[in-house]
Design a protein around this ligand. Structure first.
Ligand SMILES: [Zn+2]
Ligand SMILES: [Zn+2]
Length: 241
């Protein structure tokens, strides 16, 4: 009887999410803290040396190698985490159906954006449109999930109608940086130019790998009149030397 009751309580708590998003042990000040202390301390935070343009973790001060070669079109990139170890595991779990992880990532993204002194009335949040067939099957676009929560947390408008995808780009995993640039060229379109005209657009995605997708979306947004485009992602790949 007693055991049964304890089990019920545990099930109830886990249902409403009083457990670490990463390992599942109890977290008493959830959702203020979404991870337990041990998981929190093993996150690879992107708070060391960073590229001044795309925001990825770098080996030395200054621009990363890829920005030196060809700077992306977005004004500036930023992400709270580096794609490595636990942050890589969590973002992959988020991509593979654990939708609730959007809160963990989006709240950290919102904190980072908050420090930018954004003029909220002149800002607009957009998400990188759906990328793969697989995402359709899953039922949600992770970039959109993140964008919606960042918008809610910071009280900035989120528009999911304006930036659209006009053709399928397939899986980009195996493509090189240059191939990705070619692959995404002309794949995005701004439907309501008026919505972005003169605005600071915050473009949101889950991962920045080469930055090609963000750069191409930024290009069409700027062509439509966006004043600047901040590319905000949950994680980014660190500079490879
Ligand atoms: Zn944990
Ligand atoms: Zn860079």
């Amino acid at each position: 009887m007693r055991k049964n009751f304890a089990e019920k309580i545990r099930a109830w708590f886990s249902k409403i999410g009083y457990t670490c998003d990463a390992c599942g042990i109890e977290v008493f000040d959830y959702p203020k803290a979404r991870l337990c202390e041990a998981c929190e301390s093993s996150l690879y935070k992107n708070d060391g040396k960073r590229c001044g343009k795309c925001g990825r973790a770098t080996v030395a001060e200054g621009l990363c190698l890829s920005c030196k070669k060809k700077p992306p079109v977005f004004t500036k990139g930023m992400s709270p985490f580096v794609y490595e170890n636990l942050t890589a595991i969590l973002i992959n779990r988020f991509k593979n159906g654990e939708r609730h992880l959007a809160y963990f990532f989006a709240e950290r993204m919102a904190e980072l954006l908050q420090r930018q002194n954004l003029q909220k009335e002149n800002a607009l949040i957009v998400a990188v449109p759906l990328k793969e067939e697989r995402e359709l099957e899953r039922g949600y676009n992770q970039a959109e999930e993140l964008a919606r929560i960042v918008g809610e947390r910071l009280n900035v408008a989120f528009d999911k109608e304006t930036l659209v995808k006009t053709r399928d780009t397939g899986a980009q995993k195996k493509l090189s940086g240059k191939e990705r640039q070619e692959n995404v060229k002309g794949a995005y379109h701004v439907r309501k130019r008026k919505a972005v005209d003169g605005k600071t657009v915050v473009l949101i995605d889950d991962i920045m790998t080469t930055g090609a997708t963000g750069s191409e979306c930024a290009r069409v947004l700027k062509n439509a009149g966006a004043k600047e485009v901040i590319f905000l992602t949950a994680v980014s790949l660190k500079e490879i030397k």
